[in-house]
Design a protein around this ligand. Structure first.
Ligand code: G3P
Ligand code: CA
Length: 372
């Protein structure tokens, strides 16, 4: 039996124990109180962004068809207050705006969460203007194949992502969940374009603000998640970075960092408003001095002890994103051993993975958690 499979069987056995302990609160033995399966979730990060320009309907659809449990739109606001899917308000790197002479004068330097950034900003475009743009691949040097799709897709609205998930759920015969992330909520609130009420309104309007809806809402900030916890009935995920602090803490003079949120006491506080955490993958399994995958930290165990699920990000197939010992060559864009990386994280007990390569994660999960 290959090593991966051996780990998989051991993990599956542990999972069975986990299912047994959770079953009193579950709708079915495989579901938890929010209807999520006890086997780890595959979360289509920005869609299937390993194969299509990120945050396009084509990217989300491919992830769903590859087997993702959830598709993940990052959300920002237009000038007229419409939620659209982009990783950040600055869109110079993910659309063709820089080549549009009619928008040349919109180029502006702004301070985003304390960092000066020059480019084009969603809050300076109405939805109608934004819809004239076309998405492009963010990292063309690494994902040259994706560039063949440059110019083909619009920037989708959050509503279109919801509509897509509903249509594909019907077609595929299984619920395709959505996992929206509010991007830079403090920044947008200061602009008078508060993201929170728009997210609540959208979920309400679509019948998704209810227990059991296949929805997670995530944020790197804390205050807006606490606010959501009073208004939403879907599970919330506190994202953390390997360094730094939530920007709403920074802005308000709160000295706590992400590391503070992940101490046993910090995790107990997070569990008051959140269902889980979304750490950077290195916070679950760090890399050693040589860049190789090291031993897992205590984070998964500590989070589970606090009652929190763990959904680390981001699992990608290209060498540049992999630990040194799992790279296939020195060429950043070539594929390395993503299966090997995922095996280590399944064995570490994570409850889901954000991945740009849904197909690989689904196949890896099937090896690690064979159907009973
Ligand atoms: O939301 C999980 C993960 O997507 C966080 O990182 O920067 O890709 O949004 P980012
Ligand atoms: Ca995200």
């Amino acid at each position: 039996m290959p090593a991966t499979r051996t780990i998989g069987v051991a993990v599956a056995a542990l999972t069975l124990l986990g299912v047994a302990t959770m079953s009193t609160a579950s709708a079915t033995p495989d579901d938890d109180r929010h209807g999520n399966r006890a086997v780890p979730l595959v979360l289509g990060h920005r869609g299937a962004s390993g194969y299509r320009p990120e945050h396009t309907l084509a990217s989300y659809e491919l992830a769903a068809r590859m087997g993702a449990d959830y598709i993940e739109p990052d959300l920002v606001s237009t000038k007229d207050g419409v939620l659209v899917a982009r990783h950040e308000p600055e869109i110079g790197g993910t659309t063709d705006v820089a080549k549009r002479p009619e928008f040349a004068a919109r180029k502006a330097t702004k301070v985003l969460d304390g960092v000066s950034v020059t480019g084009w900003w969603t809050e300076d475009f109405t939805l109608a203007e934004l819809r004239t743009l076309r998405a492009v691949e963010r990292i063309p040097d690494v994902r040259q194949r994706n560039t063949i799709y440059n110019g083909r897709y619009q920037v989708p609205t959050f509503q279109e992502v919801i509509d897509l998930s509903k249509r594909l759920s019907r077609e595929l015969g299984r619920d395709i969940g959505i996992y929206p992330e509010t991007k830079h909520p403090t920044y947008f609130r200061k602009l008078g374009l508060d993201l929170n009420p728009k997210v609540v309104e959208a979920l309400e309007r679509n019948g998704l603000n209810r227990r059991g809806a296949k929805v997670f809402v995530q944020s790197f900030e804390v205050g807006n998640l606490v606010e959501f916890s009073r208004k939403l009935r879907v599970p919330l995920i506190q994202l953390t970075s390997a360094s730094g602090a939530p920007y709403d803490f920074v802005a308000s003079g709160d000295k706590r960092t992400y590391a503070d949120l992940l101490t046993p006491a910090g995790l107990r506080d997070v569990a008051r408003y959140a269902y889980g955490i979304g750490p950077a993958k290195d916070q679950v399994i760090p890399r050693d001095a040589a860049g190789n995958l090291a031993q897992p930290t205590a984070l998964v165990a500590n989070a589970h002890k606090a009652g929190l699920k763990v959904h680390p990000y981001t699992f990608r197939a290209e060498n540049v994103f992999l630990p040194a010992n799992l790279r296939s060559s020195a060429v950043p864009s070539e594929y390395g051993d993503l299966f090997g990386e995922l095996s280590a994280f399944w064995a570490a007990g994570v409850d889901g993975v954000f991945t740009d390569n849904t197909d690989v994660a689904v196949a890896s999960r099937a090896e690690a958690f064979p159907r009973r």
